[in-house]
Design a binder for this molecule. Structure first.
Ligand SMILES: Nc1ncnc2c1ncn2[C@@H]1O[C@H](COP(=O)(O)OP(=O)(O)OP(=O)(O)O)[C@@H](O)[C@H]1O
Length: 630
């Protein structure tokens, strides 16, 4: 069962699609199974069933206790010494068996809970990784990490314990109720008068809980999101001395969560005051003892029966409380599960090419074996073309960023894109990377729409080095080899090391790495903070060199560097660019004079293109930004 969970969603969707052609409540109508609490619980049904079996075996041993207690009291009253001791022995025996079985109940349900948490976390993370880039433009990462941690733990925790206690409580309540009727049906009927009041109170309480739980989880996710943002950009916070401001921002979100919890506490208080303490503990008890005393004095019930009834009533109340707790936890976990299932059931990762995790769309070459498709897709030289491309970002659909872009980047040549800030240069790069899809027109790589490429294939042909180089926490070696993780190449240091060193030499960073005491095993810190911008940039170039892409995208790769670092990075890039299709985005014309051709962008359109010679004069005579001409 566990292996099945770890398989890619794609496979799972294929299986589920072929297993059932009929749309059900758990179908999204296209044969893809939706995630529901029921489906999650069913995945662990074997373990849950085992737990329930132990629970049922345990039941008679724990239910026997009040019976033995009442019997001992009655025998004591009758001075039946021998019977008293033998009943106590039975009582102790039943209690010991009950205790051993209790261990297994706790273990089995806890184990199931851990399995649920693990599989839900993996499934959710896999699903998040399968989302299109536009999704991350509008969803704070802190919110997603809150879903992955708190929400999943709450959901799994509540589900398993609720499951356990609900089953146990329902079984015991039924068993005890039957015993109560068997003991004295008149007293049992009096107990039942509380049922309509209980049902009414539960209805109101559950309505409140459901609504509040969603708000509580949302406020937690927002607080988490603020904390994550601040911690990941702490240098900026520090440099503006904005610790107090950020504290207040976090405090605002945490306070919202606090107020919701206080509201919850007040309603909880009223609920338990009325249902548990007043109704069950006081009203029912007073009625039963009063009516029981009346029956006793009338000679219609004996002492043993009455005390047995009261002991069982205690047990009934305890288990009713347990059931109420389970029930309220279940509803509260609905707040956490709503968001988790919203992500798990999110379909149509529109920006992802075929074959990416979670993708279930069919392309125009579906039916061809994947290897053949990839071979066909990978056989070109790296020719890139835009055909009348229009584009708006999903976060701002009304803002047209590209307005009918058409151009070609010849294989093996360097095309430079220049233009004012905000004119749409990086957006062209994003579309070649298939981060987003055009609203109209096509982006082609070797004559094929980039969107029809198998995801890993496209990103083994096209590589990017941009201005804000992000390294991952880990060693320099880990960061350079990051580009070959999806290639299926062996990642063993022994086999890759010579190529890593070669790539670092091409990227002009080998000497620096060798000067470090731990060389390639040096830790770079979170997001590479322990290195300079230029060093990070050259490690990113080494990463691209190791991958040996056919198309290299350079998005202002040297614009944030000082002259010395810029020279080192440029020398590295010149070596990497040989025999590759290179599309380079630049701010200044002087940095791209050795390109084969230049595109000039303005306000989402191409306003000029041609070889560098003459471009400077044309730009000068036009309305170009002076900064570009530097
Ligand atoms: N993820 C996004 N969501 C919404 N709008 C975006 C997004 N990224 C960029 N934009 C908008 O798209 C337009 C073009 O941005 P783009 O980054 O392509 O410009 P650019 O020419 O590369 O600018 P610069 O030289 O300053 O980097 C801008 O108006 C920008 O605000």
């Amino acid at each position: 069962m566990e292996e099945a969970l770890d398989e890619p969603l794609l496979e799972e969707r294929r299986r589920s699609g072929s297993a059932s052609t009929q749309a059900s409540r758990e179908d999204d109508g296209a044969g893809v199974k939706r995630w529901t609490i029921r489906r999650v619980v069913l995945q662990e049904s074997a373990w849950l069933a085992l737990g329930c079996v132990v629970l049922l075996i345990r039941m008679p041993f724990s239910i026997a206790m009040p019976y033995f207690q009442a019997l001992v009291l009655a025998k004591l009253a009758g001075h039946e010494r021998h019977e008293v001791w033998s009943t106590i022995k039975f009582m102790a025996g039943a209690g010991c068996i009950d205790a051993v079985l209790d261990f297994w109940c706790v273990y089995l349900f806890s184990y199931t809970k851990s399995r649920l948490i693990k599989s839900l976390r993996l499934k959710l993370f896999e699903k998040v990784l399968a989302q299109e880039i536009g999704y991350f433009d509008v969803t704070p990462s802190g919110e997603l990490s809150s879903r992955l941690t708190t929400d999943i733990a709450t959901l799994a925790n509540d589900m398993t314990w609720v499951f356990r206690f609900s089953i146990e409580a329902v079984a015991r309540i039924l068993g005890v109720s039957l015993t109560l009727f068997h003991t004295d049906w008149r007293l049992a009927l009096v107990t039942c008068t509380a049922v309509p009041l209980l049902a009414g109170a539960n209805r109101l309480y559950s309505k409140f809980l459901r609504e509040n739980a969603i708000r509580v989880q949302d406020s937690l996710a927002k607080a988490n999101s603020v904390a994550q943002e601040v911690l990941s950009c702490f240098r900026v916070v520090y440099s503006f001395a904005n610790e107090k401001y950020e504290y207040q921002r976090y405090q605002k979100e945490v306070s919202k969560n606090f107020h919701l919890n206080v509201k919850q506490a007040i309603i909880d208080g009223f609920y338990y005051m009325f249902v548990s303490t007043f109704l069950m503990n006081t009203a029912v008890r007073v009625l039963i003892i009063g009516y029981g005393a009346h029956l006793f004095f009338a000679g219609e019930i004996d002492f043993e029966k009455l005390s047995r009834f009261v002991f069982f009533l205690d047990m009934l109340q305890n288990w009713c409380n347990m059931l109420f707790d389970s029930f309220s936890n279940l509803i509260k976990s609905g707040g956490a599960s709503a968001k988790v299932f919203e992500i798990l059931n999110r379909t149509g990762a529109a920006g992802r090419g075929k074959g990416g995790a979670g993708d279930d769309r069919r392309g125009d070459d579906e039916g061809e074996p994947l290897d053949q498709r990839n071979d066909a897709a990978g056989s070109g030289q790296g020719h890139v073309a835009f055909e009348n491309v229009h584009f708006s970002y999903p976060a701002r659909p009304g803002d047209i960023v590209l307005k009918g872009i058409t151009f070609e980047a010849e294989a093996g040549k360097t095309l430079a894109i220049i233009g004012r800030s905000g004119s749409g240069k990086s957006t062209l790069i994003h579309l070649i990377e298939n981060f987003y899809q055009p609203s109209a027109g096509r982006v082609l790589l070797d004559g094929r729409d980039v969107h029809s490429f198998e995801h890993t294939r496209l990103h083994s042909i096209v590589s990017i080095v941009n201005q804000d180089t992000v390294l991952f926490g880990g060693t320099i070696y880990d960061n350079i080899t990051y580009s070959v993780h999806n290639s299926g190449e062996p990642l063993l240091a022994r086999e890759l090391m010579p190529r890593v060193v070669e790539a670092a030499k091409v990227a002009n960073i080998h000497d620096f790495i060798s000067s470090l005491p731990e060389g390639y095993d040096t830790e770079v810190g979170e997001r590479g903070v322990q290195l300079s911008g230029g060093q990070r940039q050259r490690i990113a170039i080494a990463r691209a060199v190791l991958m040996n892409p056919r198309v290299l995208l350079l998005d202002e790769a040297t614009s944030s560097l000082d002259n010395e670092s810029e020279k080192a990075v440029k020398d590295a890039l010149d070596r990497v660019m040989e025999n590759k299709t290179v599309i380079v985005v630049a701010h200044r014309l002087s940095t791209i004079m050795n390109a084969h051709s230049i595109l000039v962008m303005e306000d989402g359109a191409i306003v000029d293109c041609g070889p560098p010679s003459g471009m400077q004069d044309r730009l000068r005579s036009g309305a170009a930004d002076m900064e570009i001409l530097e």
